[in-house]
Design a protein around this ligand. Sequence first.
Ligand SMILES: NC(=O)c1ccc[n+]([C@@H]2O[C@H](COP(=O)([O-])OP(=O)(O)OC[C@H]3O[C@@H](n4cnc5c(N)ncnc54)[C@H](OP(=O)(O)O)[C@@H]3O)[C@@H](O)[C@H]2O)c1
Length: 255
Amino acid sequence: MDLHEKVVLVTGGAHRVGKAIALAFAGAGAHVVIHYGSSEDAAHATAREIKSLGVQALVVQADLADPAAIADLFEAVRDRFGRLDVLVNSAANFIKQPFDEVTLDAWKDAMQVNLRAPFFCTQHAARLMRATPRPADQPAAIINIGDLAGVHPWRDFVQHGVAKAGLLHLTKISARELGPDVRVNAIVPGAILPPASIAPDSERWQAMGESVPLRRTGHPRYVAQTAIFLAQNDYITGAIIPVDGGEHLIGIGTH
Ligand SMILES: NC(=O)c1ccc[n+]([C@@H]2O[C@H](COP(=O)([O-])OP(=O)(O)OC[C@H]3O[C@@H](n4cnc5c(N)ncnc54)[C@H](OP(=O)(O)O)[C@@H]3O)[C@@H](O)[C@H]2O)c1
């Protein structure tokens, strides 16, 4: 797909990895919808950066735990652009909790945001994508952002890991269901940006980088580059690409 003048929605696009993805699509000539949950100022700042690249930006708030809010998000995209070409499901929560202390609410939080929301976003996106005529050899694209916790059984991440494992299976099922009109792929990042609980200049973060085959932590641009590649390559669907310096080879998960 040539991304010029296409419309891309990035959930959780206000900052961090989602922002890098949003800016990369804008740099490739796409108009970008920045979804945010609570980071309103950051979302508008990202929109200003996107507009400075000469493309359009739309900022939309939605609590992804609420299916009605997800429906409204896609209505907002339809109202403004009348089409959608790429969806990146990047928003997620990341809760570390001992197995024995996981409550019903904690379980629901992870499942609703990290698994149910990507499914309903996929369903709404596919309807909008299929309503837009496009060349048969240039399908629309959905990109799910997974996590190595969904591949390896990290300790203290049961609800997060199970939800992210589900997201990878959802990627494959969606790829089968939505072809030939929509391709669906996933990126599985490794240690790209530390969570709030780990300082970027801490020995712990440094050690996490040194423990993977490429001996360093990553950068959001590596995830963004892969998202652009998956959007542009018209013959890849159902793929799951680790962007993790090789961490998937050893499955350390030392968060
Ligand atoms: N950072 C890494 O090294 C790393 C490693 C592996 C996988 N990943 C995956 O990559 C993606 C992006 O990572 P990140 O570290 O940039 O993520 P993040 O900062 O932890 O969260 C991304 C966004 O998700 C949004 N979000 C969370 N709950 C929401 C809700 N109920 N409703 C709406 N939005 C909600 C938040 O938006 P607001 O701030 O607007 O509320 C947040 O900005 C995630 O899927 C993550 O699991 C990241």
